[in-house]
Design a protein around this ligand. Structure first.
Ligand code: UTP
Length: 302
């Protein structure tokens, strides 16, 4: 039976070491992408897909995240006094966006461990997991597509991106086979036959990398509970998904949706800078001034 999925889990308890010292006192999910913290894009995406119940798994420095989705009386009053309704709306928007719950991970033992912490909140129903590192352009609604595939197949669904083979060691990599087509537009769906977290450089498994969107059946929790620490000594969600994929009789196996839309990686410093530039040039308020400046600036580069 297909469930109406309502819950999104956003793990935000990683140490964010690639962004030190910016992340010394602030979660990396709060880093601004143009003028919004990365986490707000992700919550907006969940809400746009119909998931208003959001559980954030937090670590140290969680107060910045909580404050961002809460009222700030002093700021609201100051903007009201100035009659600055545009900025007041921006402030209130994130407060009213979703029903946000928070849970501490405890020790950052890995993404799989963070997801396992959501068990009590999620209960016995499928749910979505969204990572703040990956921003998906709102014009390319990946999560909505994944929810649709989950409902059609009653299985777990992960998002895949075709990457250059030289980059494969930076991702979880999937091996796949053709999936039986259910509807006419199903050519983006594959069945997962194997998953490896960050394979050794030069290993040629496939060019399909896992990106940070998942729609999971609750059976994943039992598997995560039994999953031993893997790569980097962390409990890896990829390893639990590998177990789930290996035996479709447990919970329908795992399918992949190959994403061909616009995705911005904000977990890596260089890609983070590229993401800001790409998003800013398209903004109506910034693009017209930024584009000519960028062109002129790039002409000064060797
Ligand atoms: P990353 O692998 O990017 O790790 O986590 P990280 O610690 O956040 O960043 P770096 O590599 O040190 O710079 C992927 C996602 O999983 C979450 C992170 O918050 C991020 O959204 N995560 C990771 C947790 O919630 N808990 C963990 O124990 C590990």
């Amino acid at each position: 039976m297909a469930f109406q999925i309502t819950k999104a889990v956003i793990p935000a308890a990683g140490l964010g070491t690639r962004f030190l010292p910016a992340t010394k006192a602030m979660p990396k999910e709060m880093l601004p992408v143009v003028d919004k913290p990365a986490i707000q894009y992700v919550v907006e995406e969940a809400v746009a897909a119909g998931l208003k119940d959001v559980l954030m798994i937090t670590g140290r420095n969680k107060s910045a995240l909580e404050n961002h989705f809460d009222r700030v009386g002093e700021l609201e009053a100051a903007l009201e006094r100035k009659g600055d309704t545009v900025r007041l709306q921006k402030v209130n928007y994130s407060t009213e966006l979703a029903e946000v719950h928070y849970l501490r991970q405890g020790d950052p033992l890995g993404l799989g461990h963070a997801v396992l912490r959501a068990r009590m909140h999620v209960g016995n129903q499928p749910f979505a997991v969204l990572l703040g590192d990956d921003l998906i352009d709102e014009r390319d609604p990946l999560l909505t597509r994944m929810l649709q595939v989950q409902a059609e197949r009653n299985a777990s669904v992960i998002a895949l991106l075709e990457v250059d083979p030289s980059q494969a060691h930076l991702y979880g990599i999937a091996t796949v086979e053709a999936a039986d087509a259910r509807t006419a537009g199903d050519d983006d769906v594959v069945r997962i036959t194997g998953l490896v977290e960050k394979p050794a450089e030069g290993t040629q498994l496939s060019n399909l990398a896992i990106i940070g969107r998942y729609v999971l059946r609750p059976e994943i929790f039992d598997i995560l509970d039994r999953t031993e620490p893997g790569k980097g000594g962390e409990i890896q969600l990829t390893d639990a998904l590998e177990t789930l994929a290996a035996d479709p009789s447990i919970a329908g196996g795992v399918y992949g949706v190959i994403f061909r839309g616009r995705r911005y990686d904000t977990g890596d410093r260089l890609d983070y800078i590229k993401a800001i530039v790409q998003l800013a040039v398209e903004r109506r308020d910034l693009g017209p001034d930024l584009r000519p400046w960028l062109k002129q600036f790039s002409s000064t580069l060797d």
